[in-house]
Design a protein around this ligand. Structure first.
Ligand SMILES: Cc1ncc(COP(=O)(O)O)c(C=O)c1O
Length: 374
């Protein structure tokens, strides 16, 4: 059997990783400024994380959500403390898309309405509702296209209000910082206006923090820069540093009902042990402050070049937008300089490094970047 061929692959076979470094099968070392697409929050193969996960696996790896799993409550408690959302509750699932799917479903249960407002250039995942809320028709199949979703431009609160006036909107979903769509940071004023409008028209504000959350922006959630409190916050990617895990934080105004949400694997022992270790390490090693400091440092030190149109983002979620297609630059960084980076669209290099990136590692990138630009 062959693999279903849907991914464009780089010709690299990673076999080992530590911190912000990855080694291929020939022993070549790479600097990782991509973090496996924003998944590696605490760095690769952190010894405390490995110990927590392997100790847990040697005790019990899986049972089901029909028995008490104290690790879920411990994770909820720790997450409430570090995020400042101690009065919210937690539902655990397996991925970012599933979290957004659950958020839309819960908003719809709660309000009795069936439309979602999403934003142009959004990405919310690949499952049915999540991809329908994603502004990319090329990945929406006819089957996914029946959801009631309306798209507005970021910063266009008047357009959002017009749709809210229709009275059928369950939720407004917005990324803390738009990632795949090109690192667009919504203004604090726009977030605040959305919060006000959602309250006024009885819709739920849903913050998708799958990519921008978990300390990446320098605050635990990117929307916290705006001082708003969404009704639902969705999680994924960095939550368990690579063990599939997702979740939603749910404001106290929502009423749970048995069977309302569910999953087989969500909240399993291994994911919870990994996720608790991630929070321990983020806190103990000051990784949120590091993400902000090193992100600011990179922004400041990036070369001024006529080829660069704009640099956007916060903390270690940065986009360097060029006036040209960046594919050759990204290839040169990977194959000549041995540095992994991401992209967003054709003209943007996207940096999603592990939150433990050091200044020395940032300097290695900056030197290489200047060389490939020259
Ligand atoms: C903002 C955002 N939401 C949701 C998702 C989907 O997450 P997953 O691939 O874990 O389903 C992604 C993935 O890139 C994302 O960036």
């Amino acid at each position: 059997m062959e693999l279903f061929d849907v991914y464009s692959l780089f010709d690299v076979v990673p076999v080992k990783a530590r911190g912000c470094r990855v080694w291929d099968e020939e022993g070549r070392e790479y600097l990782d400024l991509y973090g496996g697409h924003a998944v590696i929050s605490i760095g690769h193969s952190h010894p405390d994380y490995i110990k927590a996960v392997s100790d847990q696996l040697s005790r019990i790896g899986f049972y089901s959500n029909s028995v008490i799993n104290p690790l879920q409550s411990e994770l909820a408690h720790r997450l409430g403390e570090i995020s400042g959302y101690g009065d919210y509750s937690l539902f655990l699932d397996n991925s970012g898309a599933e979290s957004n799917e659950n958020a839309a479903k819960l908003a719809s249960f709660h309000t009795g309405k069936d439309r979602i407002i999403a934003f142009r250039r959004s990405f919310h995942g690949r499952t049915s509702g999540a991809v329908a809320m994603t502004d990319n028709p090329s990945i929406v199949s006819p089957f996914n296209s029946h959801h009631k979703v309306s798209f507005c431009d970021l910063e266009d609160a008047a357009a959002v209000e017009e749709i809210l006036k229709g009275g059928d909107v369950a939720g407004v979903i917005i990324e803390g910082i738009q990632g795949c769509g090109g690192i667009h940071v919504p203004s604090a004023g726009f977030f605040q206006e959305l919060e006000r409008l959602c309250r006024r028209y009885g819709a739920v504000l849903i913050a998708d923090e799958v990519q921008s959350g978990y300390g990446r922006s320098g605050k635990f959630f990117a929307h916290q820069w705006a001082g708003v409190h969404p009704g639902i916050i969705t999680l994924g990617k960095g939550i368990a540093n690579g063990i599939p895990c997702g979740g939603i934080l749910i404001s106290p105004e929502f009423q749970a009902r048995k069977g309302m949400l569910g999953t087989t694997f969500g909240g399993n022992y291994i994911a919870c042990a990994g996720a608790i270790a991630v929070l321990d390490i983020i806190e103990r090693e000051g990784l949120m402050a590091n993400a902000l400091a090193v992100g600011d440092y990179i922004k400041e030190a990036l070369p001024k070049s006529g080829r660069i149109k704009e640099v956007r983002g916060k903390g270690l979620m940065l986009g360097i937008e060029f006036n040209e297609n960046v594919a050759p630059l990204r290839k040169a960084l990977l194959y000549d300089k041995h540095i992994f980076t991401g992209v967003a669209g054709q003209n943007m290099i996207r940096l999603l490094a592990p939150l433990c990136l050091s200044k020395a590692e940032a300097d290695r990138f900056l030197t290489a970047f200047k060389e490939v630009l020259a």
